[in-house]
Design a protein around this ligand. Sequence first.
Ligand code: AMP
Length: 447
Amino acid sequence: MSFESLGLAPALLRALAEQGYAEPTPVQAGAIPLVLQGHDLLAAAQTGTGKTAAFALPLLHKLIDAPATMTRRPRALVLTPTRELAAQILDNAQAYGKHLRISAATIFGGVGMGPQINALRRGVDIVIATPGRLIDHMQQRTIDLSGIETLVLDEADRMLDMGFLPALKRILGALPRQRQTLLFSATFAPEIKALAMQFMREPREVTVTPPNTVAALVSHHVHPVDASRKRDLLLHVLSQDSRRQTLVFSRTKHGADKLVTFLNASGLRTAAIHGNKSQNARTKALADFKSSRITVLVATDIAARGIDIDQLPMVINFDLPMVAEDYVHRIGRTGRAGSEGMAVSLVSHDESGLLRDIRKLLKDEIAIDHVAGFEPSSPLRLDAGAPRPKQGQRQPRAPQRSQGSQQQRSQGSSQAHRPHGHAQKSSGEHAAGNRKRHRRPHPAAKA
Ligand code: AMP
């Protein structure tokens, strides 16, 4: 299968060749013809499968085919959960559309409204927006959505998770009824189907991997550890290869900041990306990470959404996510576009229940490897009554006392537990083995 055979315009094919894309990935091969034919589309595609191009290419193609009106109202709207993802989609759309005269702009919060209003006044073909700021523009009547021909809901499951449903409904209500709607989601929860049924017309479905699976080339490892020793184990794992670019997930913003201080003090160039950081700080941290000026990026779930880094070799869950589906999203940052990746989770006894949920969701075993010198005092429990962390929120606003005090205890003893080059040893429980099972050829390689 080639991009030529999908019927894309020569200007797009040229840009794709310049990007070095040899052939479409499965989601692209499945989605592009359906979108070009004008169907609504429901696509289950995990991050890293090439889903952005799956909607951006046919969108651009259709915009070339149908000439713009004189009013230059936006003709396509892409809704995304986060600013980072919006910025990334803009980058991709500009790369694919570099030989076209199609304009695109992002609309998201955390930056001034003024430049966005000016861009909209000058005329923009594709608007890539987060729901909150788009609604601000709708309220101020600084955007006219009456010319939207195509709507893309990207990472729709995450938008629902983030509580955007009321905002989405409001935006959908303001769009022309005659339009094409494309919905992309890593996981197909029943709420996604419900949204699709309500707002789409006989959508065609494309599923490139079974729902709720992670990239095939990722190997998963759990290191059981006492909560109080997680930071030392993190340092130990990171120190195995201090030049390896690693994305570390923290459940809280406060926890992320503390880890950055600790890792920087330990000599690892680290920055954080989370919701309390200004947009400039987030953009800079991401750029520094992409250009290898920093080697460790500590992120919370929401901020990390949409981070696209070529060949990120390792993701570490310092805390397990409170919602199992988030594991899939987090791990989607590694093993992308055909490269291998490793996902390491540092799991304390109180997170046993969360680990159990994740293993159930993945329908696959995750290797449980004890690291010598870091064996926990209480073993993990994977039975029905396995314990869970106390807090009920995914992104608590206030710093968490329990975590803070654990970290303080750990800080006090960090000298004693500095990494001492112990090799990892497997406990034998679901050990090794599974790495092989995940080594299937990446879907992108066999389009
Ligand atoms: P996405 O799933 O849209 O986040 O894309 C993941 C990565 O795959 C991005 O870095 C894209 O630039 C890259 N990519 C997308 N389509 C292709 C393709 N057909 N061939 C090679 N790389 C691709």
